[in-house]
Design a binder for this molecule. Structure first.
Ligand code: KIV
Ligand code: NA
Length: 263
C-alpha cells in the first residue's frame, strides 16, 4: 500500500471507492491491520473500555493516548494515523491546541474531536496551525451521560437536519474529515453526499465514504451486549491477519455493513 494521506482519502471519495479504518492500540496489531490494507488507524479513546476495562471513555488521559500513539506509530506502516483527543481536551481552545500538539508529537497525523457546531473555533485554530481535524458527530461517547446512554442519534428529522448543519459548519471551519457514529443510514448517506470531505461511518449505514470499527469487535473479543453495527470477522477467517483482510475487502466491496448492521 502507498502511504495514505488526506489526499488519498479525498481521492477515494471522488472515485466512489470506500476506505477502511480500524482502531489500533499497539505496534503489532497496527502492523497487521496495515498489511491487510486498512487505510486509516485510529488510536481511539475506546482504549478506556477495551484495554482498561472502564465503562466509558471518560477516564482516559492524554498520557494514556500518547503512550498508545507512540506504540502504534512504530508499527503502522503506510496507514494514516488518526488519534482521539480525550474527554475535556476541548475545555478551552488553549488546552485543545496544547493537547493536539502532544498527540502530533507522539505521531498523530490527524486528530479527532467530539462536539458539534460549537467546536468550530477550536477546529479553525487547529487547522490554521497545520493540525488536520476529524470532527466526530452523532453519538459522541464522551457525552454518554448527557445523552442518557449509547443511543442512535438523528432519528427525528429535525435532529438529523441539525447534525447535517453541524457537519457543514465544522467543514467550513476547516475540518478535513467527518466521522458519524450511530445514525440512520439515510443520514449517513445525506451527510456524505452533501460534503466534499471524506465521511467515515460507524453504525452510519453503507453509503459513507469510509467505515470504521473497534479492533476488538472485528476479532470478536467483546463482552456484554454487542452493538448492532458490529461484526466478528474472525469467525469467517483462519487468523487475525485474515480477519483484518476480510474486513478491509468487505468494506471495499461494500459488502460491509450489510442491512442487519444499519439503523
Ligand atoms: O474511540 C474510538 O474507538 C472511536 C471509534 C469508535 C470511532 O472513536
Ligand atoms: Na473515540
Amino acid at each position: 500500500m502507498k502511504t495514505v494521506t488526506l489526499s488519498t482519502l479525498q481521492a477515494s471519495k471522488r472515485a466512489g471507492e470506500p476506505f477502511s479504518c480500524l482502531t489500533a492500540y499497539d505496534a503489532s496489531f497496527a502492523r497487521a491491520a496495515g498489511e491487510a490494507g486498512v487505510e486509516v488507524l485510529l488510536v481511539g479513546d475506546s482504549l478506556g473500555m477495551v484495554l482498561q476495562g472502564h465503562a466509558s471513555t471518560l477516564p482516559v488521559t492524554l498520557d494514556d493516548i500518547c503512550y498508545h500513539t507512540r506504540c502504534v506509530a512504530r508499527g503502522k506502516g503506510a496507514s494514516l494515523l488518526m488519534v482521539d483527543l480525550p474527554f475535556m481536551s476541548n475545555s478551552s481552545t488553549e488546552r485543545l491546541l496544547q493537547d493536539a500538539g502532544e498527540l502530533m508529537r507522539a505521531g498523530a497525523e490527524l486528530v479527532k474531536v467530539e462536539g458539534d457546531a460549537w467546536m468550530a473555533e477550536g477546529i479553525r485554530e487547529l487547522t490554521r496551525r497545520g493540525v488536520p481535524v476529524c470532527a466526530h458527530l452523532g453519538l459522541t461517547p464522551q457525552s454518554v451521560h448527557r445523552l442518557g446512554g449509547y443511543k442512535v442519534q438523528g432519528r427525528e428529522a429535525e435532529h438529523a437536519a441539525r447534525i447535517l448543519e453541524d457537519a457543514r459548519a465544522l467543514v467550513a471551519a476547516g475540518a478535513s474529515v467527518i466521522l458519524l457514529e450511530c445514525v440512520p443510514a439515510s443520514l449517513g448517506r445525506a451527510v456524505s453526499e452533501a460534503l466534499d470531505v471524506p465521511v467515515i461511518g460507524i453504525g452510519a449505514g453503507p453509503d459513507t465514504d469510509g467505515q470504521i470499527l473497534v479492533m476488538h469487535d472485528v476479532l470478536g473479543v467483546t463482552h456484554g451486549r454487542t452493538p448492532r453495527f458490529v461484526k466478528n470477522f474472525l469467525a469467517e477467517a483462519d487468523d487475525i491477519q485474515g480477519a483484518f483482510r476480510r474486513y478491509h475487502e468487505d468494506v471495499k466491496a461494500r459488502r460491509f455493513p450489510a442491512e442487519e448492521h444499519c439503523f
